[in-house]
Design a protein. Structure first.
Length: 276
């Protein structure tokens, strides 16, 4: 009886904590369906349900919000592809190939994890300005193809080290090159960690506000996060209804992406660094 009581109390506490954590999201969802004059008042359930905020938010700016969605989708998907290609190749080199200074370069790569992004912001901006890339998506996607995310390289290295080396040796005896071992053996066995890297890259890129703010100037180039900022104006009128409505829609791609790859994400995190 004591265990049952403790179990019930634990579940009640967890449910209460979940409701407390979800309340801001529920409030935003409710506010997106309220009339403009009732957004900051009333109960959690709207007295009058209205879709005006969604229509106004989608077409209320000089540029359709669908353009912002398309820009964010292109940048996020391209970043995912770049990270998976570049980081997996770098991780394969560190985990499987033998070359001079491998440990030194791996340690140097890990040291970049402790380097704040603000330190390299100005040099990177000057470089991209000299290349003529400002106000394009190139500064946001090209670095992803150069294995700049040391966290994902480290994650994949740990996973690759858990794959038996006997597979490599058997493949080399059959005449496979390092490239074919990487392509035919390592990648098919590494779907969980690749899915983990893809999910985190997509979420972090989709939610990124600072980098697009620095490099994108034209409104037609804006991402979703920059588009949401345009609904608020400290010197003029703000459209909070459109802001909340588009904020709800901006969560849909992330939710769907995580939903489809949830199993691989959990498996990748659970097995990374473990011996098989």
């Amino acid at each position: 009886m004591r265990k049952r009581v403790l179990s019930v109390l634990a579940h009640v506490a967890l449910i209460g904590a979940s409701i407390l954590m979800l309340y801001p999201l529920l409030w935003m969802l409710s506010a997106s369906f309220r009339p403009e004059n009732e957004i900051f008042g009333g109960t959690l359930i709207p007295s009058v349900w209205s879709l005006d905020s969604y229509f106004r938010g989608w077409d209320g700016l000089r540029v359709s919000f669908g353009t912002f969605f398309w820009n964010s989708l292109v940048i996020s998907v391209t970043s995912v592809v770049g990270n998976l290609i570049a980081c997996s190749m770098a991780a394969f080199a560190f985990a499987r190939l033998r070359f001079k200074g491998r440990n030194f370069w791996f340690a140097l790569m890990l040291m970049t994890l402790m380097l704040p992004g603000q330190v390299t912001l100005i040099p990177q901006y000057v470089l991209f300005r000299e290349l003529g890339w400002i106000d394009t998506i190139l500064p946001l996607v090209v670095p992803k193809f150069l294995a700049v995310d040391a966290f994902f390289v480290f994650l994949m290295v740990q996973f690759f080290r858990g794959i038996p080396r006997e597979l490599d040796e058997a493949a080399m005896m059959d005449g496979c090159s390092a490239w074919r071992i990487y392509w035919k053996i390592m990648l098919p066995l590494s779907m969980p960690v690749l899915a983990t890297a893809a999910i985190f890259t997509f979420i972090w890129t989709w939610d990124d506000f600072f980098a697009p703010l620095i490099y994108l100037n034209e409104m037609k180039q804006y991402t979703v996060m920059l588009g949401l900022r345009t609904f608020t104006d400290s010197t003029g009128e703000s459209d909070f209804g459109g802001l909340f409505a588009m904020s709800v829609l901006s969560l849909v791609p992330i939710f769907l992406f995580f939903l489809f790859f949830q199993r691989l994400l959990i498996e990748g995190i659970a097995t990374t660094g473990m011996k098989r």
